[in-house]
Design a protein around this ligand. Structure first.
Ligand code: PLP
Length: 474
């Protein structure tokens, strides 16, 4: 009997046959899950307690057979917000391209170290190819660079740490940062983690259409400078989370240039609309940025854990993050390919590049462009349909793919009504929406970014939203 038939004598090193059996079972679980997504609920937390208990069991001393384990994992996946499904229109929908799952499977199996190029030049090149493609997409010049991060929050953090280092030096507590009141909270969090006290953060008022008020920005910067502070960092949003609004990036860039500020675009949600003609028009001026945060796990439909920071001058990124160590002295210095570890807070990490590179190479760029164009069209369909329905209040025409709305009930408390409306819509389990506060008022919001959301689901969403409001307003 050979080892394959007998199974391996080392439990941590399965035989080829055992690996195939395990892989085939995992594939089966995943393909069944993906095939079932159109029919599965947009959210399902009924019975989640039981699954939580089941998955709370400590590991046994001698292990369990994998089929039962995978089934338990699939049960865990089922009792959740259905973030990969077509009806998930809440927060910023997640992706989950199948090709990216395959990429991660391969990447974890090969388990190469990509954060210093010399340890795996081919794989480090894959990440660098992705970064170069992104830099080109945004018109950043030679000398630009970037890193793949775990998400937009870490990208915003490294952007602020880099700007702080480049513009303020070590004594930075008189530095001030500017961003509109509609900016994602990860920017404030990043600034605080980068050492800035709350008093350094300036919430610039938004105009009634929820974009940054550029004149107010200019005045705030000038006043702070007159008061002896050092304004150094401004954010332009390329799609806010609340409303999808795109700040007038070119105008913010003018202020940044005149006032000597580091210009950062938070394009975590909206950035990949740059692939479309409509997005490129809205993002005019983004090529002037010193740094840009992107989340391929949003606009490129990739799994969570895939963010990116692009920088105009990669030397500045490196100078802000690099700290040498004697035990790394055997590693080669940077070549054409950077040592990403020198430009990021992380040393050991997953091979994120493959899950961006493989789907791009496999499907081609146009498949992503077409999917994003479709999302822009679908958003317009939903906006037009709700706006033309009596009772619905849609104040903010979509720039991208977020539609905030309220309903004006004939009587009673509107705030309370809209909270109940959200609950009723989500109780359909065919679509799942979330809410936010705009101008201190509760609003529902739809966000269409999943590659699995198509016209049929958006029409169903419109029907559910309309009928839920009509039933509550009787
Ligand atoms: C505009 C914007 N910036 C930053 C972030 C934070 O990104 P992440 O959740 O990937 O850390 C988000 C997340 O939704 C976002 O929408």
């Amino acid at each position: 009997m050979n080892e394959d038939e007998a199974g391996s004598q080392y439990p941590l090193e399965p035989s080829a046959q055992e690996m195939r059996a395990m892989g085939e079972h995992a594939l089966d679980v995943l393909v069944r899950f993906i095939e079932g997504l159109r029919a599965s609920p947009a959210v399902d937390l009924d019975g989640a307690d039981e699954v939580v208990r089941l998955l709370g069991q400590p590991p046994s001393e001698h292990g369990r057979p994998f089929p039962g384990l995978f089934d338990d994992v699939a049960r865990g996946a089922a009792k959740a917000f259905n973030t990969t499904g077509p009806g998930y229109l809440a927060f910023i929908p997640g992706g989950g391209l199948y090709a990216a799952a395959v990429a991660d499977f391969i990447a974890c199996g090969f388990n190469r170290f990509v954060n210093v190029w010399h340890a795996a030049p081919g794989f480090a090149q894959i990440e660098w190819t992705v970064i170069r493609w992104l830099d080109d997409l945004f018109g950043l010049p030679p000398g630009s660079g970037g890193i793949l991060t775990s998400g937009g929050s870490m990208a915003n953090f490294s952007a602020i740490a880099t700007a702080r280092h480049a513009r303020l030096g070590e004594d930075f507590l008189d530095g001030t940062l500017y961003f509109s009141a509609q900016t994602h909270a990860s920017v404030s969090k990043a600034a605080i983690l980068a050492g800035f006290p709350q008093r350094s953060l300036r919430a610039v008022p938004a105009t009634p259409d929820l974009a940054i008020d550029v004149e107010a920005l200019r005045e705030m910067v000038q006043k702070d400078r007159a008061d002896g502070l050092r304004p150094f960092f401004v954010v332009a949003n390329a799609g806010t989370t609340n409303s999808g609004r795109v700040d007038p990036i070119a105008d913010v860039a003018d202020v940044a240039r005149e006032e000597g500020l580091w210009l950062h675009a938070d394009a975590a949600y909206g950035g990949f609309f740059q692939l479309t003609e409509r997005g490129r028009t809205l993002f005019r001026g983004i090529e002037a940025c010193d740094s840009i945060t992107l989340d391929p796990h949003k606009g490129m439909f990739l799994p969570y854990g895939t963010g990116s920071l692009l920088v105009r001058d990669r030397a500045q990124l490196r100078e802000a993050h690099h700290v040498g160590a004697a035990y790394l002295q055997d590693l080669f210095p940077e070549s054409e390919i950077p040592n990403f570890a020198d430009s990021s807070p992380e040393l050991s990490r997953d091979f994120r590049g493959l899950r961006v590179w493989l789907p791009l190479q496999l499907h081609g760029v146009d498949a992503f462009r077409a999917a994003l164009d479709e999302k822009l069209d679908l958003t317009q369909v939903l906006y037009d349909a709700l706006r033309s329905t009596p009772g619905f209040d849609l104040r903010w025409p979509p720039d991208l793919t977020v539609v905030p709305f309220r309903y004006r009930p004939r009587s009673g408390n509107a705030e309370e009504f809209n909270r109940r409306l959200l609950e009723r819509i989500n109780a359909s389990k065919r679509v799942f929406l979330s809410s936010t506060m705009i101008d201190d008022r509760f609003v529902l919001r739809v966000c269409i970014v999943s590659f699995r959301t198509h016209r049929d689901r958006v029409e169903e969403a419109i029907d559910i939203i309309r009928s839920s409001a009509a039933e509550l307003d009787r």
